[in-house]
Structures are given as structure tokens and as C-alpha cells.
Write a protein that binds this ligand. Structure first.
Ligand code: GTP
Ligand code: ZN
Length: 212
């Protein structure tokens, strides 16, 4: 039976055994536009004060087809394995293809990268910001699950700020670092040098020192 929230409809909770572990899946649908997001849950979230959470933006190329142009597919697998090992946690899989610009535009951006632009320049040339994502809906979903405080699995400091902006307390950051390959080396370098992603194991963000 579905549950109606202010901005979303929460669907049926079902078992989802996977090759990385046993999870439960809950679909969510935004009322305003019908966009659907997927939540995977492991364990009893209320049993810990700050559960492990991965907010994952959809990447059809990487997550479904195993594309080597980015690190998304491997990050998703690593997050699922880590949550399985921990015995408790959540993956919020957001329908936010191409950092929020959609698949058609992301492929335009890929084409521009094949012509020499980097991932940021390509977005800008298409008239978008480098990152068009907003985490309001992710926070609505987390609150519906009773999660207000968490340990975030990410390399992206903007994602931490994006959640904190909507009142989620990010207690800690857990890196999700995937070794680069020849196809994504330059892309990851741009993320590290120009988008501020923390791609070295020893880097840390001071959770209390963000400016809001
Ligand atoms: N516009 C655009 N989007 C891309 C490109 N490559 C991957 N993406 C999208 O980027 C999103 C993933 O963002 P990332 O910057 O890789 O990672 P992140 O989610 O911000 O940070 P992490 O939590 O550390 O993974 C997904 O929605 C992908 O579809 C690209 O070249 N251009
Ligand atoms: Zn990707």
C-alpha cells in the first residue's frame, strides 16, 4: 500500500536480493512531475543514530552498461557492498541523469568532450551550470524514512552542503574512491581540480566548518 507525503508518494516496500547483498526496495514518486526515485534499505535504520547513506545520481551509461567514461557504476557497487558489510544503511538512487541535465543533454556534453572540452566546459557551452542538482527531494525521502542525521558516502563536498542546506545533519563522510582508467582519467582530474571532489584517501572535510 502506498503512503502519501507532502511532495511524494511512497510505494510498496519489497525484498531485493542482489549479488551485493540482500536489501529492501521502496520506490518514491514526485507528485509534481511523476519522476520516480529508488531507495534501497538494509537493516533497521532507527537502530543507529547516523546510518550510512549513499545519495547516487543516476548514470545510465555507468550504472547500467558499465561505462568506463566515469566512476558511477563502480561507486554504486562499492556503496552496496559497504552497506551490506555494515548491516545497515540506505542508497537513495535519484533520477538526476547527467548531474540534472538529462540523458539527451548529457550525450551532447559527451560529444563536446570528444571534441576536447572538459566536463564543466561542456555543460557551460550547453547553457547549464556545471552541476544542476538539488537535493531537496533526497532530503524529503530521507525524512520520510526517519533519517535526519547520517554518514554520507561521497567524494563531493557540494553534496554534503546540498543536504545540510535542507536540514540534514552530515555527521561524517565516507569516501567512495574508484581507481581511474585511461577513459575516465581526465574526467576525474577535472572533478578533483575544478569541482573540488576529494579523490585521495587522506583528505577530510571538517563537518562543522562549512559556511551556510
Ligand atoms: N553533465 C554531465 N554529467 C555527467 C558526466 N559524467 C557523469 N555525469 C553524471 O554525473 C552524475 C554523478 O556525479 P559525479 O560528479 O560523478 O559524482 P557525485 O554524485 O557528485 O559525487 P560522489 O558522491 O562522490 O559520487 C550522474 O548523474 C552522471 O550521470 C558528464 O560528463 N557530464
Ligand atoms: Zn557516470
Amino acid at each position: 500500500m502506498s503512503i502519501t507525503h507532502t511532495k511524494m508518494i511512497q510505494g510498496e516496500r519489497v525484498k531485493l536480493p542482489t549479488k551485493y547483498g540482500h536489501f529492501e526496495l521502496i520506490p518514491f514518486q514526485e507528485k509534481i512531475n511523476g519522476v520516480e526515485h529508488i531507495v534501497l534499505i538494509k537493516g533497521d535504520l532507527t537502530s543507529v543514530s547516523a546510518p550510512l547513506v549513499r545519495i547516487h545520481s543516476s548514470c545510465a551509461t555507468g550504472d547500467i552498461f558499465g561505462s568506463l567514461r566515469c566512476d558511477c557504476g563502480a561507486q554504486l557497487a562499492q556503496a552496496m557492498k559497504t552497506i551490506e558489510a555494515e548491516g545497515c544503511g540506505v542508497i537513495v538512487y535519484l533520477q538526476q541523469e547527467g548531474r540534472g541535465i538529462g540523458l539527451m543533454n548529457k550525450m551532447e556534453a559527451y560529444k563536446l568532450q570528444e571534441e576536447g572540452l572538459d566536463t564543466i566546459e561542456a555543460n557551460i557551452k550547453l547553457g547549464f551550470a556545471a552541476d544542476e542538482r538539488d537535493y531537496g527531494i533526497a532530503v524529503e525521502i530521507l525524512k520520510a524514512l526517519g533519517v535526519n542525521s547520517l554518514k554520507l558516502m561521497t567524494n563531493n563536498p557540494d553534496k554534503i552542503l546540498g543536504l545540510e542546506h535542507y536540514g540534514i545533519q552530515v555527521e561524517d563522510r565516507v569516501p567512495v574512491i574508484i581507481p581511474s582508467n585511461i577513459f575516465n582519467k581526465q574526467y576525474l582530474e577535472t572533478k578533483e581540480h575544478d569541482m573540488g571532489h576529494l579523490l585521495r584517501e587522506d583528505q577530510s572535510v571538517n563537518m562543522c566548518s562549512h559556511d551556510h
